[in-house]
Design a protein around this ligand. Structure first.
Ligand code: KE4
Length: 429
């Protein structure tokens, strides 16, 4: 494959944009090579500015469950554009999308739209703090909820459970209220509750983690987490920005019995346009201005073009749920089993997993249940795999600690072709 135009585009981009990208993971830092610049998407495929064609398992990090250039979404967005791009005033589309989400999630009495997953989780945490009058929050190592200050924390020194800033520019005064627990480890959560002097406002979790690689929570763990939050008057937040409408039409809540108090969404809810959302119990959500005292706002929140794309995306998924989700999961299963066969033939340790249209794999001897396990994966081997698969026209997430996605335009033939390529590559790495 020839990447000349992407190489030139990247060196020019770096002159004007930090690292040449508008979001760090896109820079291919953990896998090496030059990020490819995309010309267009077509169904299950991407075409780059050198004319190379790839099957796309990233799908803009999750939003494009219906693939690129979905006609329903495209037509809905174009129709909305013709009425105007933005008004900064209420539109019917916002209520339509809110009702659609509410019909899928009965535990969501009220929802507010924002423009990204980061805004959704940041706002959900603020309203949980406003509702409880508490400052401390609990998150899990390896879970990513966007880049708001309270959430950019890493494990503190020693046994302390309080987080330290994981980035310069994040004041310790903020992260000192963020306690860190271990995923799938209820005792570590109990420790955090004990360490919190004035009580915990909320626990935020990816119920199916996708940002340490693909690591689903154990059902028992989520049930115990729910009980712990109820007992302590703590708001349980499911961050379904990635798993929402991906793990099932009802996200992780369609997979596990556990019901959170608040849910955050992003990605699929906007059909590829910038939309985030947070919603849940009326008594909590009514704390939000102008109903209540907790301030939260956004110029482009509920943007009519983005809402129209989100409505078209969800409408199609709801109408075709019975056909779509079993097909997506069957293709994810086929791919994972094929990757395992390829690894076995090459004598390589590989763990795979999938739920609905989400899948992941670790170059690891052992199954992965938390971030510590994930960090033991062979990231050099992942980097080689990524680069060689890219050369063969397979566009995978450019980090071992991300998740892959199946889209509806994919079929068994495409998956089998990817497996054949994986068999060749696994022998080389
Ligand atoms: P955004 O602000 O990027 O829209 O959403 C933040 C976010 C929140 N919660 C979860 C569970 C998420 O996965 C994300 C964002 N996901 C990453 C990829 N895993 C976005 C890719 C990027 O950062 O460029």
């Amino acid at each position: 494959m020839n990447f000349t135009n992407s190489i030139n585009a990247y060196s020019e981009a770096k002159e004007y944009i930090p690292g040449g990208v508008d979001s760090p993971v896109r820079a291919f830092k953990s896998v090496g090579g030059t990020p490819i610049f995309i010309e267009k998407g077509e169904g299950a495929h991407l075409i780059d500015i050198d004319g190379n064609r790839y099957i796309d398992f990233v799908q803009s990090w999750g939003p494009l469950v219906l693939g690129h250039g979905d006609k329903n979404i495209e037509n809905a967005a174009i129709k909305a554009v013709k009425n105007g791009l933005s008004f900064g005033a209420p539109t019917l589309q916002e209520t339509t999308l809110a009702k659609k989400v509410n019909s899928l999630f009965p535990n969501i009495d009220k929802i507010r739209f924002v423009s990204s997953g980061t805004e959704a989780t940041m706002s959900a945490i603020r309203v949980a703090r406003g509702f409880t009058g508490r400052d401390d929050i609990i998150k899990f190592e390896g879970c990513y909820h966007g880049h708001s200050d309270s959430l950019l924390v890493k494990a503190g020194s020693g046994a302390t459970t309080f987080g330290n800033p994981s980035s310069p520019g994040v004041p310790e005064g903020i992260t000192k209220h963020t306690l860190l627990a271990n995923y799938n480890d209820i005792d570590s959560v109990k420790k955090c509750f004990e360490a919190s002097k004035d009580g915990v406002a909320c626990v935020i979790i990816e119920p199916i983690a996708g940002n340490m690689g693909f690591v689903p929570a154990k059902e028992e763990f989520l049930k115990e987490l729910r009980e712990l939050c109820t007992k302590n008057g703590t708001v349980l937040i499911f961050d379904e920005v990635m798993s929402g409408f991906r793990a099932s039409l009802r996200g992780a809540q369609g997979v596990y019995e556990v019901k959170p108090d608040l849910v955050t969404f992003g990605k699929v809810i906007g059909g590829g346009m910038p939309v985030g959302a947070f919603g849940g119990k009326e008594e909590i959500m009514n704390k939000l201005s102008p109903e209540g005292p907790v301030y939260q706002a956004g110029t482009l929140s509920g943007n009519p073009v983005a809402m129209s794309a989100g409505i078209a995306s969800l409408e199609y998924l709801v109408e075709n749920e019975k056909e779509i989700y079993p097909k997506l999961e069957a293709l994810a299963k086929r791919l994972c089993e094929g990757l395992e066969d390829a690894a076995k033939e090459a004598g390589i340790a590989l763990q795979t997993g999938y739920i609905g249209s989400m899948f992941g794999f670790f170059f690891n001897e052992y199954k992965v249940f938390n971030f510590e396990d994930a960090l033991k994966s062979n990231t050099d081997r992942f980097a080689k795999f990524h680069q060689k698969m890219l050369q063969k026209g397979v566009y995978l997430a450019c980090s071992q600690f991300e998740t892959g996605f199946i889209s509806t335009p994919m079929d068994e033939k495409m998956i089998d072709e990817v497996i054949e390529k994986a068999k060749e590559v696994m022998k080389e790495i």
